[in-house]
Design a protein around this ligand. Structure first.
Ligand code: OX2
Length: 829
């Protein structure tokens, strides 16, 4: 915290920072300066990467005044801050977003043209920071975008993984993972601050001692420490002069290497400590919706929350701040259970370091946290073995034990004599091994607990945490997820955005409910025609991309049927595949004349967790089916299956605006919310879907005539499970299903080798935990309805327009308003 030297004038030290002029000339000047002085090259000698780096830094320069001003204002205002704690941020490319936010798109285009630079090529140079797995990480990115646009003080805290989500390729139809070295060519959007590094301890032991007043106190003597170095990223609001901060932590060794050992020539040994420390932020765990119970993962979790709490308390709050008032200045939002170790960490800081009484500290801590749960699968709730947690974080385990003891006293008081309940609610599980249930710890400590869609929040209360709901019904609330309309409509779908703006003005970009004003135009044939033109242009754009990126041809005259999301059994990519094979089998067996097949392209995009065997088998099967169906002349080119590798945010931005049909077909009660479902509806695709997650709310808003609903409700799923679900019975009774599965089982798609698909088929026929076979018949019925609707272009267009007009609710701005109203209560402690 060093101020300027006394020679500096007040104006020099604190005055506003000048932005370059927002003109084409000004932009060219700044760009050339960045190229010459930042990259050290002349324009004539510059590579695409030089140009990208200089362009990014140019945009940064334009945002800088707002960033500094926002920080200055927040310090003065002493506002309550949202500390969003998330192990993942799936940001997507930054250049386009930041040009949009700063209103420099046109100026930049003209400036690059004047410099003779191919803007599209430069944009293509950016490697997206894939610091997340899927919906959970992308949600965090949408939320920080919305908070900046709404001028809410927020610091996004997370981990600067050196390698993000793996790069997926296919070899012989099988997924191969490659490291995502997104930092290799430089990362122009980040600002490292090694001088603000903090220390984080691990392992060791605890000891008690008497302080000056003779009170017994505890201290923790860690066995080893690492340095957390913050990297700052700008989070600009949409054209409002606000730039918030994302602060991601990178782990470094305190000592790079041991010089004596190095001099002796043992180079590997000399760098051991460095490698060990840097491993902590080396790579994102590629699991989605399932926890990975690895020691390194717990190290990552503790590392980033310890850095974040230290940073907020010591470096962000004023130096003399009275921590009794901490809840007035911060609410830490726990994005799932990954950051929950922050709870005992705050207790440790308050009690051990700051000398607070336990009760006082607990009263503060309980008001500083809120918890968002993102799942319903019980096996997905994180649990840490006591043995591991106690070894890595001995003091934190003691604190958790005491929190649990006092919590269980509370339960006893509320429900005297109910020992079963006490056992059920204990933060410490006894079976199959002693372990800390992180979701319970978060629920006990959190001022609020929320699910991410209406149905999910209800099931959270009723099925996942019913005892906690009985004890604290007011703690539970819902906030339905949302998506940022800036990235997923304005940026990804410029053509639709222009059409909307031409029709109702541009207020919708920050007030998405205004899309309602489009409703009357659903009846306007001219508007419908223009809407179809936009869709066709987006499809052509996707076709161009896939041609270059994957060497495949996207048929422009096909219905584009899209299923993009992580590969997970509960999401039921197999059900989609069964549909594809049934269409093919129908033609092959002569049941369906090929002229009756609606020309359709089914596009999959999905990564499987590297250790998720069944998911990888499903990927193999999709690729195998694609290879056959796409080339079998019997289909006359009417059915295409595309599976571009490495689905990510960048590809999503091209795929979603081009889609006609959005596949949201998880088994009811399994998908907490989904957010892809919202992105498609907002971009004028119709949904075929089950009553699961936020599909329920999409259906409510758009209406049954404009949504292809099928399948069991969640209670029906439960009933079937109670009665006893026998998947093979569906196979035996449904001849189409039987023929479909038999064709796969015959080895038709796998070069005559039935063994290559047996894992998937055995699982479907004998277990089918997500009831794909039970859903098959209804799903085919719904696909028939899709084809009939698609045959009427005017009716289809009308429905798609109504989807866009009625989905304003799914803006993440609205989600943020709900968090503010229901959870963060700004201005209150
Ligand atoms: C995902 C959920 O699976 C998805 O339904 C939801 O839309 C998304 O989070 C954002 O809330 N890991 N990823 C998720 O949950 C977990 C756990």
């Amino acid at each position: 915290r060093r101020g300027p030297s006394f020679e500096a004038t007040h104006e020099l030290a604190t005055g506003p920072v000048a932005s370059p002029p927002a003109t084409v000339d000004g932009f060219v000047r700044e760009f050339l300066d960045q190229l010459n002085f930042g990259q050290g090259v002349k324009l004539s000698q510059s590579t695409i990467n030089d140009q990208y780096m200089a362009l990014a830094r140019t945009v940064r320069s334009y945002l800088m005044a707002s960033w500094l001003e926002t920080g200055h204002r927040r310090r003065k205002e002493e506002t309550k801050v949202v500390g969003y704690l998330s192990a993942e941020y799936l940001l997507g490319r930054q250049l386009g977003n930041n040009l949009l936010a700063s209103d420099l798109q046109d100026i930049a285009d003209q400036a690059m043209e004047r410099c003779g630079i191919d803007m599209a090529a430069v944009r293509g140079q950016e490697v997206e920071p894939g610091l997340g797995n899927g919906g959970l990480g992308r949600l965090a990115a949408c939320f920080v975008d919305s908070l900046a646009t709404m001028d809410v003080a927020c610091i996004g805290y997370g981990i600067r993984y050196e390698y993000g989500i793996f790069r997926q390729t296919f070899v012989d139809h099988r997924q191969v993972e490659e490291p995502d070295s997104w930092l290799r060519l430089g990362s122009p959007w980040e600002f490292p601050h090694p001088e603000r590094a903090v220390q984080v301890g691990f392992a060791g032991h605890t000891e008690t001692y008497a302080d000056e007043q003779g009170r017994e106190r505890t201290r923790w003597a860690p066995a080893w420490q690492v340095r957390g170095v913050p990297y700052h990223y700008m989070v600009p609001g949409f054209r409002n002069g606000v730039v918030n901060t994302l602060r991601l932590w990178s782990a470094e060794a305190n000592q790079a290497f041991d010089l004596q050992t190095f001099n002796r020539g043992d180079y590997a040994q000399a760098s051991r400590a460095e490698i060990f420390a840097e491993n902590i932020s080396k790579v994102l765990y590629p699991d989605d919706s399932t926890p990975q119970g690895k020691e390194l993962r717990l190290q990552q979790q503790y590392f980033f929350v310890a850095c974040s709490l230290r940073d907020f308390i010591e470096n962000t709050l004023p130096r003399d701040f009275d921590l009794h008032r901490l809840p007035e200045r911060i609410i830490f939002q726990l994005n799932d259970t990954h950051p929950v170790i922050a709870v005992p960490e705050l207790m440790r800081i308050l009690v051990d370091e700051k000398g607070f009484d336990w009760d006082e500290a607990w009263g503060i801590t309980r008001r500083c946290f809120a918890y968002t749960c993102h799942t319903l699968l019980p096996e997905a709730l994180e649990v840490w073995p006591v043995e591991l947690l106690g070894r890595l974080l001995p003091r934190h385990l003691e604190i958790i034990y005491r929190i649990n003891e006092e919590f269980l006293l509370e339960v006893r008081e509320a429900f005297p004599g109910d020992e079963g309940r006490i056992r059920r609610m204990s933060i410490i599980a006894e079976q199959p091994q002693r372990a800390v249930r992180m979701a319970y710890l978060a629920t006990v400590a959190g001022a609020k607990v929320n699910g991410v869609a209406e149905l999910h929040s209800q099931l959270l209360r009723d099925d996942v945490l019913p005892d906690f709901n009985a004890m604290w019904p007011d703690k539970f609330t819902n906030v339905t997820n949302g998506i940022t309309p800036r990235r997923f409509l304005r940026l990804a779908n410029r053509k639709l955005s222009s059409l909307i703006t031409d029709t109702i003005g541009d207020g919708w970009v920050t007030d998405l409910d205004r899309l309602r004003e489009l409703e009357p135009y659903a009846n306007d044939p001219e508007f419908r025609r223009r809407f179809r033109e936009v869709k066709a242009a987006n499809k052509a754009r996707l076709g161009d991309l896939l041609q270059v990126r994957d060497g495949v041809e996207l048929r422009q005259d096909h219905l584009l049927d899209v299923m993009v999301k992580r590969l997970h059994e509960y999401k039921r990519q197999t059900l989609k595949l069964l549909h594809v094979v049934s269409v093919y089998e129908g033609v092959l067996s002569g049941r369906t004349p090929v002229e009756q097949v609606t020309p359709r392209t089914v596009l999959f995009g999905a990564k499987a967790a590297p250790g998720y065997h069944m998911a990888k088998e499903i990927i193999y099967l999709i690729n195998a089916v694609a290879a056959k169906v796409n080339t079998d002349p019997v289909m006359d080119g009417r059915l295409q299956v595309l599976f571009p590798a490495n689905y990510n945010v960048t590809l999503a931005e091209k795929v979603i605006p081009a889609a006609d049909l959005s596949e949201q077909i998880s088994l009811a009660g399994k998908e907490a919310s989904g957010t892809g479902n919202m992105k498609f509806a907002l971009n004028g695709a119709l949904t075929i879907g089950t009553l699961d997650g936020a599909n329920v709310e999409i259906l409510d808003l758009v209406g049954e005539d404009h949504f292809f609903l099928f399948g069991m409700t969640e209670p029906e799923v439960e009933q079937l499970l109670q009665r006893g679900y026998v998947p093979s019975a569906y196979y035996d009774q449904d001849p189409v299903l039987k023929a479909t599965i038999d064709l796969i089982g015959s080895g038709h798609f796998t070069g005559g080798d039935p063994g290559a698909v047996s894992a998937v088929l055995d699982n479907l026929l004998n277990h089918d935990p997500f009831m794909a076979l039970a859903g098959f018949h209804a799903y085919l019925g719904a696909q028939d309805r899709v084809e009939r609707a698609y045959a009427d272009p005017e009716g289809w267009s009308r429905s798609t327009i109504l989807n866009v007009a009625r989905c304003g609710f799914f803006s993440s701005d609205r989600s943020m308003r709900d968090y503010l109203d229901r959870i963060w209560a700004p201005g209150q402690a």
